[in-house]
Design a protein around this ligand. Structure first.
Ligand SMILES: C[S@@+](CC[C@H](N)C(=O)[O-])C[C@H]1O[C@@H](n2cnc3c(N)ncnc32)[C@H](O)[C@@H]1O
Length: 215
């Protein structure tokens, strides 16, 4: 290789490296395409992997929820949203998995009710402010989304949140990043009025739940 060719190869390599850095610096970081594939694959089955019944905390506290518009965050196959729709709420579900949401529509049909759904990547989402009477989030842990959940709920409306807490790690292998610390929900919603809270542990599973009202 003569000197001119060497310079040309070097220039090509520098250009490629510069292009690569520019691309990674300007592309938004998102785990979504992989998450979407993973969840679509999990749901690609007739069986409702999370069941067709709502979480007990929602059923037990139904009367505390103001009737109106519900946002079911990471709705999945719809067990909670469909239950609320069947009880007279106007339910919108969002999730990254189109396959999950299709099953949610099917479940709604079986329960003679209707829901609306949108495929949304919550890692890059912008929730509408002051729109919902109830914002529900069950077993989807994205701490960075909590400020948006709070602003999406109307004054007088409530956030319902439930997911595994750190005691769950005694029973199952699970990423510790995705479990709630003791009393973490109370801390996260300290600027709301706490209507109900529980830290559940029956020796086989453990989770925390909250209903918090915006004032
Ligand atoms: C454990 S499931 C819970 C489903 C439902 N909330 C329930 O309790 O039955 C977690 C859900 O989060 C959804 N999800 C994961 N990553 C997401 C993302 N980046 N944006 C939107 N939804 C996502 C999955 O598709 C899945 O339906």
């Amino acid at each position: 290789m003569n000197r001119l060719e060497t310079r040309s190869v070097r220039t090509t390599v520098y250009t490629f490296v510069a292009f690569f850095f520019l691309l990674t610096a300007t592309t938004p970081v998102s785990a979504s395409p992989r998450d979407q594939e993973r969840w679509d694959a999990k749901y690609e089955n007739e069986v409702y992997i999370f069941g067709t019944q709502p979480i007990g905390f929602l059923r037990d506290n139904l009367k505390l929820l103001p009737k109106g518009k519900v946002l079911d965050i990471a709705m999945g196959e719809g067990r909670n949203g469909v239950y609320l729709a069947a009880n007279g709420f106007d339910v919108e579900g969002i999730d990254i998995s189109e396959v999950g949401l299709k099953k949610a529509h099917k479940l709604a049909e079986q329960n003679n009710t209707k829901i609306t759904t949108r495929v949304v990547d919550l890692e890059n989402a912008q929730l509408e402010k002051d729109k919902y009477d109830v914002v529900l989030c069950s077993y989807y842990m994205q701490r960075s989304l909590i400020p948006q959940m709070k602003s999406a709920v109307k004054k007088g409306g409530v956030v319902v949140f439930e997911t595994y807490n750190e005691d769950y790690l005694k029973y199952r292998k699970f990423n510790p990043k995705w479990v709630l610390k003791h009393n973490e929900l109370l801390e996260l919603f300290k600027d709301f009025k706490i209507i109900r809270y529980q830290a559940f542990d029956d020796g086989t599973e453990a989770y925390s739940s909250i209903i918090a009202q915006k004032h």
